[in-house]
Design a protein around this ligand. Structure first.
Ligand code: HEM
Length: 409
């Protein structure tokens, strides 16, 4: 790659640049942010900021034994995700790092195995099936709102809304994906969450071919269970985005109760707020793809075995793309279609391997947000500490504390 003008920081034996990244992130996230600012790239991806200044838009770093090329050019990213899906995918290292909670599920599968699983799961997220979930979403949200209302009546004013969103989105997925077997769904979800926690611990171990990982394999085998192994991380995406939406709305209210506004106008305002929150805080901050064959990408020759690392968070915060107010919460930028979904705006990835649960997630976020706004006004609490961190996805380190006021006391 050096011959093509792509270079990067010097790697160490076996560790690559992992230690450099770890120390930069440790330093940048050691303290809370002074204000509720959405200028978070320097905090969450400090290595990207440092290396792109030193080596340019394209650079190579080593994630242990795996070379990764950072790519920020959105035309090339679109081409990679849409055109080269069949000869790119998840690397061995990625699969090892997450196999104990994602297993051989869709999220980590490649080639024929990916195609087979995607075909099995896709119908659960399409058309009438998807519409049929709306009732469950409304029912679960009503229950949550009732419990919040009771708490407000009893005098509670401040809530860590993240906890409520976590429970609510888990309830919804249990009901929709495990049919009416709600308790069983909850039980499986709980076990998968425990596995995820173990995996987060295990992922701190270094993995390279021939090394042994500490957890046993083969916990799940049937297609149905294999296909739902991605739920903890994906449900997490769902409740995380709701936390960030509520945070930005509580700090900078944009949506008012739908009184005197047409359904269409209210609906598009909700979409704009959700999109803008996904732009500022995309749960999947980076998208990695390994080339399984040589790939020609614009002027670049990507050799087989090189991983491409797409820094979604940095693209979503690029001043060049979004303008001077890039770090402001400004839902209006989504009022027109000029924001180029699938290119500049990629919270759900793009191409044939995009997020299968995208419509589900957006429908759910809209229903919850609309119902919450109709019942309560909310503002950010003085106890909220702005300290976004990445633990697999972007999280508010200390939760989201808000003050709720009932609109119909
Ligand atoms: C706001 C919520 C969500 C966001 C931002 C999100 C984002 C993403 C992204 C970026 C990917 C691509 C990952 C990659 O290829 O490396 C992905 C894949 C996937 N997502 Fe989501 N997701 C969300 C919710 C959901 C939900 C609710 C489900 C299902 C219950 C789901 C199921 C999946 C699956 C199965 C894949 C793998 C698709 C494939 O490889 O073919 N996601 N998601």
């Amino acid at each position: 790659m050096e011959k093509q003008g792509v270079s990067g920081p010097k790697p160490r034996f076996l560790l690559g640049n992992i230690m450099d990244m770890a120390s930069l992130v440790e330093k940048s996230t050691s303290q809370d942010m002074d204000t509720i600012s959405h200028n978070v790239v320097g905090r969450l991806l400090p290595h990207f900021v440092v290396w792109s200044k030193l080596y340019g838009k394209r650079f190579i770093y080593w994630n242990g034994i795996e070379p990764r090329m950072c790519l920020t050019e959105t035309e090339l990213i679109k081409e990679l995700l849409s055109k080269y899906n069949s000869i790119s995918g998840k690397s061995w290292l990625q699969q090892q790092g997450s196999k104990h909670f994602i297993g051989k599920g869709l999220l980590m599968a490649n080639s024929d195995d990916w195609y087979h699983q995607r075909r099995i799961i896709a119908p659960a997220f399409m058309g009438d099936k998807l519409k049929s979930y709306a009732g469950y979403m409304v029912e679960c949200t009503k229950q949550m709102l009732q419990s919040l209302e009771s708490a407000v009546k009893e005098g509670q004013t401040e809530f860590e809304i993240g906890e409520h969103m976590t429970r609510l989105t888990s309830d919804i997925i249990s009901r929709t994906e495990f049919d009416r077997n709600y308790e069983k769904g909850k039980q499986i979800f709980h076990l998968l969450t425990l596995l995820q926690q173990l995996c987060a611990k295990a992922s701190k171990n270094l993995c390279f071919p021939g090394s042994r990982c500490s957890l046993s394999n083969g916990l799940f085998c049937s297609d149905r269970v294999t296909s739902v192994q991605h739920y903890p991380s994906q449900i997490e995406n769902n409740f995380l985005i709701l936390k960030w939406i509520i945070l930005v709305e509580a700090t900078d209210p944009t949506v008012n109760p739908p009184m005197g506004v047409s359904c269409t106008a209210f609906n598009s305002l909700l979409s704009m707020v959700i999109n803008e929150s996904l732009r500022l805080y995309p749960p999947a901050t980076v998208l990695p793809r390994m080339a399984f064959d040589d790939i020609r990408l614009g002027d670049l020759h990507i050799p087989k075995g090189l991983s491409i690392w797409i820094p979604v968070l940095a693209i979503h915060h690029s001043e060049e793309i979004w303008g001077k107010d890039v770090n402001e919460f400004n839902p209006d930028r989504f009022a027109s279609k000029s924001f180029a979904p699938g290119r500049h705006f990629i919270p759900f990835a793009a191409g044939p391997r995009n997020c299968i649960g995208q419509s589900f997630a957006l429908m759910e976020a809209k229903i919850i947000l609309a119902m919450l706004i109709s019942k309560f006004s909310f503002t950010i609490s003085d106890n909220y500490r702005h300290a976004p961190v990445i633990v697999l996805t972007i999280k508010p380190k200390y939760g989201v504390q808000i003050c709720l006021k009932s609109l119909n006391p």
